[in-house]
Design a protein around this ligand. Structure first.
Ligand code: FMN
Length: 374
């Protein structure tokens, strides 16, 4: 049984716990001859890294990545490239403070995985949440950096569009703003508001949830497959696998249920370049489980951090009723750092389906078909 691997042809296995010596991943199936440096992977890890503002956990992890295998200096170009063999990426844990977790060694945090791990395995690494900690997601971000290289012209971006009950004004959406504020928020005005909003929540010992939107441009048409290989199903599974995610939608998502057939149909016209133009994108770029060449748009809802200072009723592992107030270093809104994680997961799924499409179909059919074709 293996529950730590995802993807078929672009296959990622992650390992490690929050307070173990290191975390990392093995990326298997990456094509050869793709230029790949540690600096490129580090760029993405730095966006997820903790302790960068007062709005995320103060755990100090440099998240410095090492490429341990799968690369070689190309004799022809001199560039460091992938070899086609497994790429192992290693990130040391350096700032564990296990004594902070003595209290939860026997008590269960409501909303966290403590009880569920105990009742399944009979024991758990309670230090920092062990394997249930989002430390593991650093490995996914590293794998995502490799995935981005696989599909030529692919761009995957994400942004925080809601925190608690507060949504952004989409007319002010500016991708350039996303890396200009501590929330990955595309609405500069709302980002300013979030500072006071989240400060108040943090100081009261509470936490809040968020919604993240992930967008992929440059996705070739034809990725995905009917029924059990649906691209949208794999995207949903990948995003849902991120810690604290409780909902995923593609395109219009749940709002599609409120639309009429006319409003929901993405009408089609022919573009001057001989490719179709869709007049809207309620489908989020996927029809029949297969990409249409439109932008892929997905959103996911992240619940509020369950480790909060505010006292909560709970039980301990001996079945006794107790109260718990979680100290230690926690994100008041885990949705913020989920932004680069969402990007990484979408990039991995698209890379996997790109290679699967190449494996099954080879060169894509030449569309549009000539008038002589049936
Ligand atoms: C980036 C990120 C950081 C997180 N940090 C914390 C944290 O500091 N404290 C906490 O209780 N949960 C945190 N979580 C959420 C837990 O890992 C998660 O709720 C827990 O593993 C239970 O899994 P589930 O919520 O998916 O059911 C974080 C999640 C993400 C995505």
């Amino acid at each position: 049984m293996s529950f730590n691997t995802f993807g078929h042809m672009f296959r990622v296995t992650t390992f490690g716990e929050s307070h173990g010596p290191a975390i990392g991943c093995v990326v298997d199936g990456c094509p050869p001859a793709l230029p790949l440096t540690e600096a490129e992977i580090q760029h993405h890890l730095d966006r997820r890294r903790p302790g960068q503002s007062r709005f995320t956990t103060q755990r100090r992890e440099p998240d410095a990545v090492r490429i341990v295998s799968g690369i070689f200096q190309d004799p022809a170009s001199g560039a460091q490239v992938t070899t086609g063999t497994p790429i192992a990426l290693l990130i040391d844990n350096v700032d564990q403070r296990s004594k902070d977790y003595a209290d939860i060694a026997s008590k269960y945090r409501p909303g966290h995985a403590d009880y569920a791990y105990d009742v399944k395995y009979g024991l758990r690494d309670y230090r920092g949440g062990g394997r249930s900690s989002a430390r593991e997601t650093a490995a996914r971000v590293a794998a995502g950096a490799v995935a981005r290289k696989v599909v030529p012209g692919l761009s995957v971006r994400a942004a925080l569009v809601q925190m608690g009950t507060e949504t952004i004004d989409r007319t002010r959406w500016d991708w350039d703003e996303v890396d200009n504020n501590p929330f990955f928020c595309p609405d500069a005005e709302k980002a300013k508001f979030f500072e006071g909003y989240l400060d108040a929540i943090r100081k009261s010992g509470s936490s809040v949830g968020a919604v993240i939107e992930v967008v992929a441009d440059g996705v070739p048409p034809g990725l995905g497959a009917p029924i059990y290989g649906k691209l949208d199903a794999d995207i949903a599974a990948a995003l849902m696998s991120i810690n604290a995610v409780k909902g995923v939608e593609i395109g219009a998502g749940f709002a599609a249920a409120t639309l009429t057939g006319e409003a929901n149909s993405d009408e089609m016209r022919m573009g001057n370049d001989g490719r179709p133009i869709f007049l809207s994108n309620q489908a989020g770029g996927i029809l029949g489980g297969i990409s249409t060449g439109q932008q892929i748009v997905a959103r996911f809802a992240v619940k509020p951090t369950s480790s909060i200072l505010a006292p909560r009723a709970s039980i301990d592992r001996h079945g006794r009723e107790t109260e718990i107030s979680t100290k230690g270093r926690h994100d008041p809104c885990v949705g913020i750092r989920a932004v680069p994680i969402g990007e990484a997961m979408l990039a991995c799924v698209i890379a996997d389906h790109y290679l699967r499409q190449r494996g099954q179909v080879g060169a894509p059919p030449s569309w549009p078909f000539p008038p002589s074709a049936p």
